[in-house]
Design a binder for this molecule. Structure first.
Ligand code: ASP
Length: 277
Protein backbone atom coordinates (compact mmCIF):
# COMPACT_ATOMS: atom_id res chain seq x y z
CA UNK A 1 0.00 0.00 0.00
CA UNK A 2 1.38 3.41 -0.98
CA UNK A 3 -0.23 6.77 -0.30
CA UNK A 4 0.95 10.09 -1.67
CA UNK A 5 0.06 12.91 0.73
CA UNK A 6 0.08 16.52 -0.44
CA UNK A 7 -0.25 19.24 2.18
CA UNK A 8 -1.44 22.69 1.14
CA UNK A 9 -0.27 26.06 2.43
CA UNK A 10 -2.53 26.21 5.47
CA UNK A 11 -1.28 22.75 6.56
CA UNK A 12 2.32 24.02 6.75
CA UNK A 13 1.65 27.62 7.82
CA UNK A 14 3.48 27.33 11.15
CA UNK A 15 5.13 24.98 13.65
CA UNK A 16 1.81 23.76 15.07
CA UNK A 17 0.62 22.79 11.63
CA UNK A 18 3.90 20.93 10.98
CA UNK A 19 3.16 18.90 14.13
CA UNK A 20 -0.27 17.96 12.82
CA UNK A 21 1.30 16.82 9.55
CA UNK A 22 3.80 14.67 11.43
CA UNK A 23 1.02 13.00 13.43
CA UNK A 24 -0.86 12.25 10.20
CA UNK A 25 2.24 10.76 8.54
CA UNK A 26 3.16 8.68 11.57
CA UNK A 27 -0.36 7.36 11.90
CA UNK A 28 -0.14 5.46 8.60
CA UNK A 29 3.12 3.92 7.33
CA UNK A 30 1.67 3.84 3.80
CA UNK A 31 2.09 7.62 3.67
CA UNK A 32 5.64 7.58 2.36
CA UNK A 33 5.58 10.34 -0.24
CA UNK A 34 4.92 13.85 1.04
CA UNK A 35 4.47 16.96 -1.12
CA UNK A 36 4.30 20.37 0.51
CA UNK A 37 3.19 23.85 -0.51
CA UNK A 38 4.76 27.09 0.65
CA UNK A 39 3.60 28.25 4.08
CA UNK A 40 0.14 29.80 3.86
CA UNK A 41 -1.80 32.17 6.08
CA UNK A 42 -1.95 31.49 9.81
CA UNK A 43 -4.92 33.86 10.15
CA UNK A 44 -7.03 35.90 7.77
CA UNK A 45 -4.75 38.92 8.17
CA UNK A 46 -1.59 36.89 7.49
CA UNK A 47 0.21 36.47 4.15
CA UNK A 48 0.95 33.50 1.97
CA UNK A 49 4.68 33.18 1.40
CA UNK A 50 4.29 32.73 -2.33
CA UNK A 51 2.50 36.08 -2.53
CA UNK A 52 5.36 37.69 -0.59
CA UNK A 53 7.91 36.14 -2.92
CA UNK A 54 6.13 37.53 -5.99
CA UNK A 55 5.91 40.87 -4.23
CA UNK A 56 9.64 40.80 -3.52
CA UNK A 57 10.33 40.10 -7.17
CA UNK A 58 8.13 43.02 -8.26
CA UNK A 59 9.97 45.33 -5.86
CA UNK A 60 13.34 44.40 -7.27
CA UNK A 61 12.11 44.88 -10.84
CA UNK A 62 11.12 48.46 -10.04
CA UNK A 63 14.34 49.06 -8.16
CA UNK A 64 12.57 49.28 -4.79
CA UNK A 65 14.29 47.72 -1.78
CA UNK A 66 12.44 44.59 -0.72
CA UNK A 67 14.23 43.99 2.59
CA UNK A 68 11.05 44.45 4.66
CA UNK A 69 9.11 41.87 2.65
CA UNK A 70 12.09 39.55 2.55
CA UNK A 71 12.41 39.66 6.34
CA UNK A 72 8.79 38.52 6.65
CA UNK A 73 9.61 35.53 4.44
CA UNK A 74 12.85 34.65 6.19
CA UNK A 75 11.45 35.03 9.69
CA UNK A 76 8.53 32.70 9.03
CA UNK A 77 10.84 29.85 8.11
CA UNK A 78 13.35 30.61 10.84
CA UNK A 79 10.49 30.62 13.35
CA UNK A 80 9.22 27.23 12.19
CA UNK A 81 12.72 25.79 12.37
CA UNK A 82 13.41 27.15 15.85
CA UNK A 83 10.01 26.25 17.30
CA UNK A 84 10.46 22.68 16.09
CA UNK A 85 14.08 22.53 17.31
CA UNK A 86 15.41 21.67 13.85
CA UNK A 87 19.04 22.07 12.81
CA UNK A 88 18.66 23.13 9.16
CA UNK A 89 21.24 25.80 8.35
CA UNK A 90 18.83 28.23 6.66
CA UNK A 91 20.74 31.47 7.17
CA UNK A 92 23.34 31.05 4.41
CA UNK A 93 20.71 30.01 1.87
CA UNK A 94 18.50 32.96 2.81
CA UNK A 95 21.42 35.39 2.60
CA UNK A 96 22.37 34.03 -0.80
CA UNK A 97 18.78 34.38 -1.98
CA UNK A 98 18.65 37.99 -0.84
CA UNK A 99 21.91 38.71 -2.64
CA UNK A 100 20.54 37.27 -5.88
CA UNK A 101 17.33 39.30 -5.59
CA UNK A 102 19.28 42.50 -5.06
CA UNK A 103 21.60 41.68 -7.96
CA UNK A 104 18.60 40.77 -10.14
CA UNK A 105 20.13 37.44 -11.03
CA UNK A 106 17.16 35.31 -10.04
CA UNK A 107 14.15 34.66 -12.26
CA UNK A 108 10.59 35.22 -11.07
CA UNK A 109 9.83 31.50 -11.25
CA UNK A 110 12.88 30.50 -9.25
CA UNK A 111 12.16 33.07 -6.55
CA UNK A 112 8.48 32.06 -6.35
CA UNK A 113 9.51 28.42 -5.97
CA UNK A 114 11.54 29.05 -2.80
CA UNK A 115 8.49 28.87 -0.53
CA UNK A 116 7.89 25.23 -1.40
CA UNK A 117 11.62 24.54 -1.31
CA UNK A 118 12.06 25.74 2.28
CA UNK A 119 8.83 24.07 3.42
CA UNK A 120 10.04 20.75 2.06
CA UNK A 121 13.55 21.06 3.52
CA UNK A 122 12.13 21.71 6.98
CA UNK A 123 9.46 19.03 6.70
CA UNK A 124 12.01 16.42 5.56
CA UNK A 125 14.14 17.04 8.63
CA UNK A 126 11.12 17.09 10.92
CA UNK A 127 9.78 13.77 9.61
CA UNK A 128 13.20 12.14 9.24
CA UNK A 129 12.43 11.60 5.54
CA UNK A 130 14.71 12.08 2.54
CA UNK A 131 14.50 15.49 0.82
CA UNK A 132 14.19 15.15 -2.94
CA UNK A 133 14.17 18.45 -4.79
CA UNK A 134 11.46 18.89 -7.42
CA UNK A 135 14.21 19.84 -9.89
CA UNK A 136 15.44 16.24 -9.61
CA UNK A 137 12.26 14.76 -11.03
CA UNK A 138 9.59 17.20 -12.32
CA UNK A 139 10.88 17.70 -15.85
CA UNK A 140 9.35 20.18 -18.26
CA UNK A 141 9.69 20.12 -22.03
CA UNK A 142 10.66 23.31 -23.87
CA UNK A 143 6.97 23.99 -24.63
CA UNK A 144 6.25 24.23 -20.90
CA UNK A 145 4.34 20.96 -20.59
CA UNK A 146 5.54 18.20 -18.29
CA UNK A 147 7.55 15.37 -19.81
CA UNK A 148 5.59 12.61 -18.11
CA UNK A 149 7.81 9.76 -19.12
CA UNK A 150 11.02 11.36 -17.84
CA UNK A 151 9.27 12.70 -14.73
CA UNK A 152 7.81 9.35 -13.72
CA UNK A 153 11.05 7.48 -14.35
CA UNK A 154 13.08 10.02 -12.37
CA UNK A 155 10.87 9.85 -9.28
CA UNK A 156 10.87 6.07 -9.26
CA UNK A 157 14.66 6.20 -9.02
CA UNK A 158 14.46 7.96 -5.65
CA UNK A 159 12.32 5.40 -3.88
CA UNK A 160 14.56 3.41 -1.58
CA UNK A 161 12.38 2.34 1.32
CA UNK A 162 12.72 5.57 3.27
CA UNK A 163 9.94 8.15 2.95
CA UNK A 164 10.53 11.25 0.88
CA UNK A 165 9.46 14.88 1.04
CA UNK A 166 9.46 16.92 -2.14
CA UNK A 167 8.39 20.51 -2.85
CA UNK A 168 5.28 21.17 -4.92
CA UNK A 169 4.72 23.83 -7.58
CA UNK A 170 7.90 23.69 -9.68
CA UNK A 171 10.27 21.64 -11.77
CA UNK A 172 13.14 22.03 -14.18
CA UNK A 173 13.36 23.03 -17.83
CA UNK A 174 15.66 21.22 -20.27
CA UNK A 175 18.08 24.18 -20.01
CA UNK A 176 18.35 23.79 -16.23
CA UNK A 177 16.13 26.72 -15.29
CA UNK A 178 13.42 26.42 -12.67
CA UNK A 179 9.85 26.71 -13.91
CA UNK A 180 6.69 26.91 -11.83
CA UNK A 181 3.20 25.71 -12.62
CA UNK A 182 0.37 28.24 -12.44
CA UNK A 183 -0.87 29.22 -8.97
CA UNK A 184 -2.10 26.32 -6.87
CA UNK A 185 0.21 24.04 -8.82
CA UNK A 186 1.41 21.93 -5.89
CA UNK A 187 -1.73 19.88 -6.52
CA UNK A 188 -0.23 18.96 -9.90
CA UNK A 189 3.06 17.86 -8.32
CA UNK A 190 1.13 15.60 -5.94
CA UNK A 191 -0.85 14.10 -8.83
CA UNK A 192 2.34 13.48 -10.82
CA UNK A 193 3.96 11.74 -7.85
CA UNK A 194 0.89 9.55 -7.30
CA UNK A 195 0.79 8.60 -10.98
CA UNK A 196 4.54 8.00 -11.20
CA UNK A 197 4.47 5.56 -8.31
CA UNK A 198 1.08 3.99 -9.05
CA UNK A 199 -0.10 5.01 -5.60
CA UNK A 200 -3.24 3.46 -4.13
CA UNK A 201 -4.58 6.89 -3.28
CA UNK A 202 -3.64 10.54 -3.73
CA UNK A 203 -4.44 12.31 -0.47
CA UNK A 204 -4.85 16.06 -0.78
CA UNK A 205 -4.72 17.57 2.73
CA UNK A 206 -6.26 21.00 3.15
CA UNK A 207 -8.27 22.97 5.71
CA UNK A 208 -11.78 21.72 4.97
CA UNK A 209 -13.11 18.20 5.53
CA UNK A 210 -13.77 17.59 1.84
CA UNK A 211 -16.00 19.07 -0.84
CA UNK A 212 -18.88 20.83 0.85
CA UNK A 213 -22.54 20.75 -0.24
CA UNK A 214 -22.74 24.55 -0.15
CA UNK A 215 -20.55 27.61 0.14
CA UNK A 216 -19.75 27.94 3.88
CA UNK A 217 -19.76 31.73 3.54
CA UNK A 218 -23.45 31.53 2.64
CA UNK A 219 -24.72 28.39 4.38
CA UNK A 220 -23.79 27.60 7.94
CA UNK A 221 -22.01 24.26 8.49
CA UNK A 222 -22.71 22.62 5.14
CA UNK A 223 -22.28 18.86 5.02
CA UNK A 224 -19.42 17.15 3.22
CA UNK A 225 -20.03 15.23 0.00
CA UNK A 226 -18.49 11.80 0.70
CA UNK A 227 -17.97 10.74 -2.93
CA UNK A 228 -17.89 12.42 -6.32
CA UNK A 229 -16.76 11.24 -9.73
CA UNK A 230 -14.04 12.93 -11.74
CA UNK A 231 -16.74 14.11 -14.17
CA UNK A 232 -18.83 15.61 -11.39
CA UNK A 233 -15.74 17.36 -10.08
CA UNK A 234 -15.18 18.91 -13.48
CA UNK A 235 -18.75 20.21 -13.57
CA UNK A 236 -18.34 21.60 -10.07
CA UNK A 237 -15.17 23.41 -11.13
CA UNK A 238 -16.97 24.94 -14.12
CA UNK A 239 -19.50 26.40 -11.72
CA UNK A 240 -16.78 27.91 -9.58
CA UNK A 241 -16.02 25.32 -6.87
CA UNK A 242 -12.31 25.52 -6.07
CA UNK A 243 -11.20 22.09 -5.05
CA UNK A 244 -8.06 21.15 -6.94
CA UNK A 245 -5.94 22.69 -9.68
CA UNK A 246 -7.63 21.50 -12.88
CA UNK A 247 -4.39 20.04 -14.28
CA UNK A 248 -4.12 17.78 -11.24
CA UNK A 249 -6.93 15.51 -12.39
CA UNK A 250 -5.51 14.09 -15.59
CA UNK A 251 -2.39 12.28 -14.28
CA UNK A 252 -4.29 10.39 -11.58
CA UNK A 253 -7.44 9.78 -13.58
CA UNK A 254 -5.39 8.22 -16.34
CA UNK A 255 -4.16 5.64 -13.84
CA UNK A 256 -7.46 5.28 -12.02
CA UNK A 257 -6.04 6.54 -8.73
CA UNK A 258 -8.68 7.99 -6.40
CA UNK A 259 -8.15 11.44 -4.89
CA UNK A 260 -9.07 11.84 -1.24
CA UNK A 261 -9.62 15.42 -0.03
CA UNK A 262 -8.76 15.50 3.70
CA UNK A 263 -8.57 18.05 6.51
CA UNK A 264 -5.26 18.45 8.37
CA UNK A 265 -7.17 20.06 11.24
CA UNK A 266 -9.69 17.19 11.46
CA UNK A 267 -7.69 14.13 10.42
CA UNK A 268 -10.33 11.64 11.56
CA UNK A 269 -12.88 12.95 9.07
CA UNK A 270 -12.93 10.67 5.99
CA UNK A 271 -13.14 13.64 3.60
CA UNK A 272 -14.29 13.36 0.00
CA UNK A 273 -13.28 10.53 -2.32
CA UNK A 274 -13.02 11.47 -6.00
CA UNK A 275 -12.98 8.54 -8.39
CA UNK A 276 -14.10 7.27 -11.79
CA UNK A 277 -17.40 5.62 -10.72
N1 ASP B 1 2.49 28.12 -3.42
C1 ASP B 1 1.89 28.09 -4.74
C2 ASP B 1 0.75 29.07 -4.81
O1 ASP B 1 0.52 29.82 -3.90
C3 ASP B 1 1.49 26.72 -5.15
C4 ASP B 1 0.54 26.00 -4.25
O2 ASP B 1 0.36 26.34 -3.09
O3 ASP B 1 -0.05 25.02 -4.72
O4 ASP B 1 0.08 29.16 -5.78
Amino acid sequence: MLKVAKFGGSSVAGADQFKKVKAIIQEDPARRIVIVSAAGKRSSSDHKLTDLLYLCYAHSQYGVDCSGVFDMIASRYLEIRDELGLKLDLEPELADLKRRIDAKTISQDELASRGEYFSAKLMAEFLGFQFVDATEWVKFKFDGTVDQEKTYAALKGFIKGKGIVTPGFYGIMPDGNIRTFTRGGSDITGALAAAALDADVYENWTDVSGILMADPRIVENPEVIPEVTYNELRELSYSGAQVLHEDAIFPVREKNIPINIRNTNAPDAPGTMIQED
